[in-house]
Structure formats: C-alpha cells, structure tokens
Design a protein around this ligand. Structure first.
Ligand SMILES: [Zn+2]
Length: 262
C-alpha cells in the first residue's frame, strides 16, 4: 500500500485536536498567501479569521463561512478545512471570509458551550461577549452573497438544512448532492421547526424574522444574524453527529462544493 496518501475525510488524530486543526490551516494559508488574523484569544486559545485579498479590500459579494460554533460538533471544522485545502488556491477574484473554528474551548472539551458556559449560537447579537464584539467589529460594513454555517445534531438521523433566502432556492439541490453520503433527515419536525425532506426554507420578511427571533428563539443564531445584517442568502447545514465521522466530514465538504462550486 502506498504510504503518505491520505484518503478524504480520514483523520489520523482526534476530531477535537485543535492544535492539529490550526497547524493545517496555518500551512494552507502560508501556501496560498491569504491573510489570517486573530479575532480573539480568550482562554489563551486563538480564534482565527482568514480572508483573501478581495475580501480584505472589503468589496461586497462573495462568501462567508464558519464552523466550530458548537464544540461537540466536530465534523464541520474538518470538512471546511478539507474543502479549503482543495479549493481556496483557485478562489482569488471573489471575496471569501472564513472562521475555521469559533469555539476552540468547546471543540477541545467536546462541549456545545464556550469557556464561559455561553451557547454562542444564541448570542450573535450580544456584544457583551468579547468574541462576539470582535466578530461584529470585523463584519462592520461588509456584505456577502452567501453565508454558510456548518453544524451537527446528535438527535438527527440524517442531514438537513436551514435556508434563509432572498434568491432562488438552492437548498434542494445542495441536499441532493449530499444524500449519497448521508441520507436526509426524514422527520417533519426538527428542533421544533417544520421541515420538508430535510429542508426548512424561509423567505420571511425581515420584520417577521426579527419577531421570530425575539419571541421564539432565546437569542440570535449566527445564520439569522448574518441574514439580517450581512448576507443575501444564509445556509445552516447539519449532519447527524452519531453517524460515522469520516462520512460526516465528507458530507460537509460535499455541501460546500455543491453550494460554492468545486
Ligand atoms: Zn450546532
């Protein structure tokens, strides 16, 4: 057997190894020459933001990607990295901003919340959280065509997608691209919301969306905050965290290829 070859999605270490994750991002950034800055260093753990030149010049458009908001959902951070290692070198003309892991404390400890016990995905409006204050500051004045947040769900049996859109829906096509690796969630209700064949699509007005967040959610998820402030279309993609890790990583990569292009 050939040694040194690496099959897609296979990790030779724990999915919660933040040092290895950073080392691979750093080596990629060095190779392609993108800009990497420190968003925050809470608990001595660096939180990085990576962008290409087009994004640093603050042109509008392009895409925003993030993973690792919930630390007990480890496949997204590796799926995003794998996709980036395969495709970022070719993505020069359109702005790209990437948050590779917004909650390293949670990733290392395999916990949903951050070091202060906060569920970041209900806190993206809260500038009292230092990380969120830095995140909002970084995004000030920026707008993107697409925002993508990668998550997992330990109650789910299949993949599913929240799509908040002002454009023609692409959710169905993206789920179809992924279901060969992990099938779609079959439940009609997921986490209290109505889904159809793994897709929850909202073309809700901004006023209605704000009412929904204020009355029904206990704080602002990243995808909703982005939709109301910084992106035209917002996608939050979920894999079932009890499924095989290799397949979950491959599914996140596949989702990104479906939505952004390979
Ligand atoms: Zn999550």
């Amino acid at each position: 057997m050939k040694t040194g070859s690496k099959r897609s999605g296979v990790l030779e270490h724990s999915g919660h190894d933040y040092e290895k994750l950073l080392a691979r991002w750093e080596s990629l950034i060095k190779r392609i020459g993108w800009k990497c800055s420190l968003l925050s260093e809470e608990s001595a753990l660096p939180v990085l933001v990576i962008q290409n030149e087009a994004a640093a010049e603050a042109r509008g458009g392009g895409c925003y990607l993030s993973a690792g908001v919930h630390g007990d959902e480890c496949a997204p951070v590796w799926g995003l990295l794998e996709w980036a290692e395969a495709h970022l070198a070719n993505m020069k003309s359109s702005p790209v901003v990437i948050f590779p892991c917004l909650n390293p404390y949670g990733l290392i400890g395999n916990t949903r919340r951050d070091g202060q016990g906060i569920d970041l995905n209900r806190s993206f409006q809260d500038v009292g959280v230092p990380l969120i204050a830095s995140w909002q500051e970084f995004l000030e004045g920026r707008s993107f065509d697409v925002g993508i947040n990668l998550h997992e769900d330990y109650d789910a049996g299949g993949v599913y997608l929240y799509e908040l859109t002002r454009s023609e829906s692409r959710g169905e096509a993206c789920l179809a691209a992924c279901e060969g690796i992990i099938p779609r969630e079959t439940a009609d209700v997921v986490d209290g919301s109505d889904f159809e064949n793994g897709l929850l699509k909202r073309e809700t007005s901004e006023i209605e969306m704000r009412r929904l967040v204020n009355e029904e959610l206990d704080g602002w998820p990243e995808g909703v905050y982005l939709y109301l402030n910084h992106v035209k279309d917002s996608f939050t993609f979920e894999t079932p965290s009890e499924a095989n890790l290799e397949k979950r990583i491959a599914t996140h990569r596949c989702f990104l290829e479906a939505i952004i292009g390979a």
